[in-house]
Design a protein around this ligand. Structure first.
Ligand code: ADP
Ligand code: MG
Length: 240
């Protein structure tokens, strides 16, 4: 479903993404993991065209993303990052409803969808709908950010270290939420992290990146049992 075909992205002389090819299947929960600076965020952002590529092609369901009008491309792709960027002067409900409103969904459908997302992200019972972002905990803000990104039922969800700043317990809870949402909705999720433990716990398949290339792509078990090289062994073994 998402196909990266010999993709290169340069900054000056440096290829930050270096002739990288990868296929992510529809409905997959795929984790891109690698050290800071390895090119994970850059790669993720080429998929929704926040960053352009210099060589190669990216196709979604067989269609080159450069042929899709960027607004409609991004409507089909949720994007959640660490600094959530909730609108401070809008309530939680209004924040979550942002994209469905833009799409002109009827009010009743929007309300039902907001309720559904609040339940999915275990924000029900916390009375958050009419609150403003500043009155939420970090974990709640992160959940609202994920809910907003999921609101218009995107086929693809890109997540860039969304839980990086959270305490371990909150993070564990959110990882479970992501797995539950994935199981319920079948959304294709590409999840970026520098944390190998998180990758091994969350990923159906993992792509291990270093210096703009993929060292190995495989299931957690494959990476653990059959590392492609010493670098992979070191990462999986927690030596990095
Ligand atoms: P990661 O998300 O894995 O930490 P990034 O994709 O953010 O890595 O960055 C990969 C490399 O590209 C880094 O060396 C970074 O310094 C460089 N880079 C990222 N954005 C830019 C930019 N706008 N201009 C120049 N270099 C950049
Ligand atoms: Mg990054």
């Amino acid at each position: 479903m998402i196909e990266l075909d010999h993709v290169t992205r340069r900054y000056g002389e440096t290829a930050v993404i270096d002739d990288l090819s990868l296929r992510i299947e529809g409905g997959e929960l795929f984790v891109l993991v690698g050290p800071s600076g390895s090119g994970k965020s850059t790669l993720l952002r080429t998929i929704n065209r926040l960053i352009s590529i210099d060589d190669g092609a990216i196709r979604i369901d067989g269609r080159d993303v450069r042929e899709v009008p960027v607004a409609s491309l991004r409507r089909g792709i949720g994007y959640a990052i660490q600094s959530v960027g909730l609108f401070p002067h809008r309530t939680v409900a209004e924040n979550i409803a942002t994209v469905p409103r833009l799409l002109g969904w009827p009010a009743a459908r929007i309300r039902a969808r907001v309720d559904e997302l609040i339940a999915m992200l275990q924000l029900d019972g916390e009375n958050v709908l009419d609150r403003y972002p500043h009155a939420l905990s970090g974990g709640q803000q992160q959940r609202v950010g994920v809910a907003r990104a999921l609101a218009a039922e995107p086929a693809i969800m890109l997540m860039d270290e969304p839980f990086g700043a959270l305490d371990p317990l909150t993070r564990d809870a959110l990882q479970s939420s992501i797995q539950a949402i994935h199981a319920q909705t079948g959304t294709t999720i590409v999840f970026v992290t520098h944390d190998m433990d998180e990758a091994l716990r969350l990923g159906e398949r993992i792509g291990l990146m270093e210096s703009g290339r993929l060292l190995q792509v495989g299931t957690p078990l494959e990476l653990l049992r059959d590392p492609a090289c010493e670098r992979v062994r070191a990462f999986v073994g927690g030596e990095n």
